[in-house]
Design a protein around this ligand. Structure first.
Ligand code: IVH
Length: 679
């Protein structure tokens, strides 16, 4: 390669890597696989080694990571947060063992193998056993101060116990386990927001939330794998990790001491197969020299420790042909392109569809129909297209044009500034949007009209019987009886027929839905961004739909967890005459448009008594239930301890300040069982 060719290639590589760093670190939206990214970086490192005069001061190789966001205070790390060098094969790992042996002069070395958690790196500091600061990695030199958010993670101790040193810094990974991830994405879909692509992005997005009360609900977890403790001297990495386990941290539970290379390979092979059974994502194994004085001898390169290495699992990949693209229109009008592919086996399942996210994704990847595409399923749940074979496409292949009109109603699509998605603005008449709204309305968390499912709704819609959510209440026996539809799916035909029993069940379920509380109704009508929880809080705050319609932006934003985006969306929805007419119709049919108050009082046993509920109970909902019971039996529930309080109902770990104040005031502290006895 001539120096001129090298200069050109270095420029190309730097530009691409800067772009991918930005996508990964700032936007949480990586657009190539880790493997492909490492290949680009390795090529750049090799070229810069060969042509050192071409190294630019801002080359991506000079930095540890990407940039940092602006919303948080940025703080310098007391020691840089380095990353590990990656290997992808046993051969490369052999090279690591050889390097260690050559540098130490012997191979009498134990290794610790740990899981490589696929989350967000974090550094947490404690002074005198109290959590004082938590920083993300940022660019490795300085990171975002996310202390308030980290404090909300249940597995992170706020106060240490045992023989902890006066100053301690621990490092680890914040992850989102699969169950939290699935729940969060379901909630996002419920309110018409784009789901996160994978648990790592979800964890990272959660840590960047400005409101820590929202972070607390995200079900994050934190696992620690590194310790800076200048006050104890440990023989090994293993001992140092065990020590912090005793202070109350959640430490890597699967780590293992390996006495030789074969042990390490066995550990890797075991987890390569077993990782699919873990309740969270890992993307490899980390191998660390155990003996700390050996670690010191080995030291660091500019970016990585020489005493550790990551072995990354190959994401399971398959190659197939892109046949066509469907454009799906959701309940809120967002258009999502979906790839139809030649069926292919990937990680044990046949895959024939993959999301293509949005128009930018298609343009940036230059994907065209007929192309060979590579799909991957890392530790991740949803398969994705990660690469396109552009070389073997036919000469007449054309770049894909994203549609400009809605495939269902022909309306010109629009795109809001700063958003990646195109919308069909015809939210009143576009069929998939209407069907989506109808399906949302009957959902279990909404009006819970169990006897109607998606297929029955299609049937009603196709026969012109429901066009909006109020039409459900206009249905009667004569309109429903005898409706039939024949479905063909995978060469099998199925018939849906509305016979007497079906019709009776549907009508009675619709009738029963009139008893659903106002908060469920508010969620069911499908105001964009209003989820189950915000609907509950808004309903409680305003009491009925008329008060809500009168509310100003500021008044709406007084409701806990309601930000400007939600508030604006509520106002816009209720100001629309068409929507308001539907609400009037629903009210006329007997659907609840206000919170029930008086009829819900069950007894007056707690009349005149004031309670504080404090501490944690068996389930997060239990505390709310106890508070509701107080009110249902005529009592009053307050948040802070004062001399007006008659009883404190204490769960586990009641706050120390409340406890001492209650004791000072001589307020009886009772258990949940004592309280139930009072009733
Ligand atoms: S040790 C000096 N151990 O992988 C390096 N890292 O590039 C200390 N990671 O940024 C890191 N699991 O975010 C270590 N068991 C583990 C890990 C782990 C995940 C992440 C970490 C780091 C990246 C390596």
């Amino acid at each position: 390669m001539t120096i001129e060719q090298a200069r050109q290639r270095i420029e190309e590589l730097s530009k691409a890597i800067h772009h991918h760093n930005y996508q990964y670190y700032i936007l949480d939206n990586p657009d190539i696989s880790d493997y492909d990214f490492d290949m680009l970086l390795n090529e750049l490192i090799a070229l810069e080694k060969e042509f050192p005069s071409l190294i630019q001061p801002d080359s991506p190789t000079q930095k540890v990571g990407g940039g940092v966001t602006k919303q948080f205070v940025q703080v310098k790390h007391s020691r840089p947060m380095l990353s590990l060098s990656n290997t992808y094969s046993e051969g490369e790992l052999e090279e690591f063992f050889t390097r260690v042996k050559n540098l130490l002069g012997h191979d009498n070395v134990d290794y610790v193998c740990e899981l490589k958690y696929d989350g967000v790196a974090i550094s947490i500091k404690y002074a005198d056993g109290i959590l004082t600061q938590a920083l993300t990695r940022g660019d490795g030199v300085q990171g975002d101060d996310v202390t308030a958010n980290i404090k909300t993670i249940k597995s992170v101790p706020l106060r240490l116990h045992g023989n902890y040193p006066p100053e301690l810094e621990v490092r680890g990974e914040v992850i989102m386990p699969h169950d939290s991830f699935l729940k969060l994405n379901q909630e996002r879909e419920d309110i018409g927001e784009t789901p996160f692509a994978n648990p790592r992005n979800a964890a990272s997005g959660s840590l960047k939330l400005q409101q820590s009360s929202l972070v607390a609900k995200r079900g994050l977890d934190c696992i620690l794998y590194f310790v800076y403790d200048d006050y104890h001297s440990f023989f090994s990495h293993y001992d140092s990790i065990k020590s912090i386990g005793e202070y109350g941290f959640k430490i890597e539970p699967y780590f293992k001491i390996c006495h030789d290379k074969q042990d390490v390979f066995n550990f890797i092979n075991y987890w390569d197969k077993e990782r699919k059974n873990l309740p969270f994502d890992i993307d490899g194994i980390v191998i660390k020299v155990n003996n700390l004085s050996y670690q010191q001898q080995l030291g660091f390169t500019a970016k990585n420790p020489r005493w550790a290495i990551a072995y990354k699992f190959q994401a399971e990949r398959a190659c197939t042909t892109l046949l066509s693209i469907d454009y799906q229109v959701g309940r809120t009008g967002v258009v999502t392109p979906v790839a139809n592919m030649e069926p292919v086996l990937l990680a044990g399942t046949v895959v024939k569809r993959a999301t293509m996210h949005n128009a930018d994704f298609i343009r940036d990847m230059d994907i065209r129909t007929g192309d060979k595409v590579y799909i991957e399923k890392g530790g991740e749940i949803i398969p994705k297209i990660v690469a396109v074979d552009t070389e073997h496409r036919s000469a007449d292949s054309q770049p894909l044009q994203f549609i400009s009109r809605c495939p269902h109603c022909g309306t010109l699509l629009v795109r809001n500034e700063g958003e990646a998605a195109y919308y069909c603005p015809n939210n009143r008449y576009c069929p998939p949007q209407i069907k989506g709204k109808l399906i949302h309305f009957i959902g279990r968390k909404a009006m819970n009209i169990e006897d109607l499912g998606e297929e029955k709704i299609e049937l009603l819609f196709d026969n012109g019987l429901v066009r909006n959510i109020a039409d459900f209440y206009r249905l009667d026996y004569d309109k429903l009886i005898g409706l039939t539809k024949i479905y063909t799916q995978n060469d099998q035909t199925r018939t849906i027929a509305f016979r007497e029993k079906t019709v009776e069940n549907i009508l009675s379920a619709i009738d029963k839905s009139k008893q659903q509380t106002f908060e469920k109704v508010l969620f069911a009508i499908g105001i964009r961004y209003v989820g189950e929880t915000s609907a509950k809080k808004i309903a409680k705050h305003f009491g009925n739909i008329d008060n809500l319609k009168q509310a100003s932006l500021e008044q709406l934003m007084e409701v806990e967890d309601v930000g400007e985006k939600v508030a604006q969306s509520v106002i816009q929805y209720l100001a629309d005459d068409h929507n308001w007419q539907i609400i009037q119709d629903l009210r006329a049919f007997g659907v609840q448009m206000s919170c029930r108050q008086t009829q819900e009082i069950l007894s007056e046993k707690l009349q005149g008594l004031t309670f504080v509920v404090s501490g944690s109970f068996d389930t997060p909902d239990r505390r709310k239930e106890i508070e509701e019971m107080i009110e249902l039996h005529g009592g009053k529930k307050v948040d802070s301890v004062s001399k007006k309080v008659n009883y404190i109902i204490a769960g586990a770990n009641m706050g120390p300040s409340k406890l001492s104040k209650a004791r000072d005031l001589g307020i009886p502290i009772i258990t949940e069982q004592d309280f139930l006895k009072m009733l």
